[in-house]
Design a protein around this ligand. Sequence first.
Ligand code: DAK
Length: 257
Amino acid sequence: MGEFVKTSLEQAGVGLIRFDRPEARNALNEVVRGELAAAFEQFGADDAVRCVVLAGTDKVFAAGADIKAMAEASAEDMANTGGEAAWQVIRRFAKPIVAAVNGWALGGGCELAMHADIIVAGEGAKFGQPEIRVGIIPGAGGTQRLTRAVGKFKAMQMLLTGEPVSAADASAMGLVSEVVADDQALARALEIASRIARLPPIAAREIKRLVLSGVDKPLDDGLIDERRTFVSMFDTEDQKEGMRAFIEKRRPDFKGK
Ligand code: DAK
């Protein structure tokens, strides 16, 4: 449990990571980034955790990197922050991540949400990449992931103007998976995560890997990888359990083997 990032085990198989720095709108300073990476490392190593929910506080997901901490930094300072390492931990996290977004998801906050595999937004959520307004550009994948998620023209508008978009607009452009009432975002994210946690974790991990790696591959290469992985599922106990449970008309009990 960190100073600004809280972790807890929720329903069976679900780990919850929450920012708790509302006085600074959950801005991602070095401590927050370090604690965030540690939380993901902890849940990544814990076999009891099959899916992670990432959430902010009631009114804000995260307002991005800490502007006060980097206002006077030089390019060399920024190159040596080690900030990249924390992002890598989340980027490489093999288990599914569901983000619950209430309020602002700006800059690094929006980029963090885009590291999730499923995004549940409260209807009052706002997503934006306002870096240009403070004289910089996105530094954690905003120019790349946003474009892949919503296409060139919506991405360019958000990136070049810095204007945020509403949850409804984000949903229409494919930036979120689902929009719910504000007070339901976390509950819905936990519900989705617990459903995933009851499913076979090897299959979940492979689906995540294939989807993420497939985005950057020629279709034929992605299909070959999918085919090979599909076949390997038949070496798992969970495949036998899933198919036998279907035939025997009972609930499967997936062990992750
Ligand atoms: N950093 C530092 N402090 C922040 C902050 C931020 N990003 N956002 C808010 N705060 C602080 C405010 O300064 C204020 O502090 P006090 O005045 O009380 O001391 C307090 O939080 C409350 O803020 P507001 O009074 O502004 O609160 P409102 O509710 O009125 O407005 C807001 C909320 C989120 C709309 C607004 O605070 C805002 O626009 N914040 C800035 C959003 C922003 O520009 N974000 C982009 C930051 S640049 C990297 C990877 C990624 C990045 C960098 C490096 N590497 C891999 C190296 C990412 C860069 C960014 O995200």
